[in-house]
Design a protein around this ligand. Structure first.
Ligand code: ZN
Length: 110
């Protein structure tokens, strides 16, 4: 599904893009800012990252920072979440980081 967005076969509300990463709005936002940041290269989850993905991981972090600046939440704060596997409630098996902010979040979640 996310590979289809990267390929341009599915539409997305893009927030930021680099050679290696894509950031777009979550279809079911839980906060004023809710952006997904994904590597363009397919990898299932954090558990599937390896040394070959080092440059992609670095670019993801840079892109997350860019998203928080574009959204104006870099000073107010935000949360970055990667739901992983069954107990982590992962729903799409292409690594994605949720960048959530724009309101006061609670802790712990749920
Ligand atoms: Zn994929």
């Amino acid at each position: 599904m996310f590979c289809e967005i990267v390929a341009g076969n599915l539409p997305s509300d893009k927030v930021a893009e680099t050679e290696r990463s894509l950031a777009f709005r979550d279809l079911n936002p839980v906060a004023p800012t809710h952006v997904l940041v994904i590597p363009k290269r397919h990898v299932e989850s954090i558990g599937h990252l390896d040394a070959e993905m080092t440059a992609d991981v670095a670019d993801l972090v840079t892109t997350i920072q860019e998203v928080t600046r574009v959204e104006g939440i870099d000073e107010s704060g935000y949360r970055v979440v990667a739901n992983t596997g069954t107990h982590g409630a992962q729903s799409v098996f292409h690594l994605h980081f949720h960048v959530i902010g724009g309101r006061q979040l609670g802790w712990p979640p749920e």
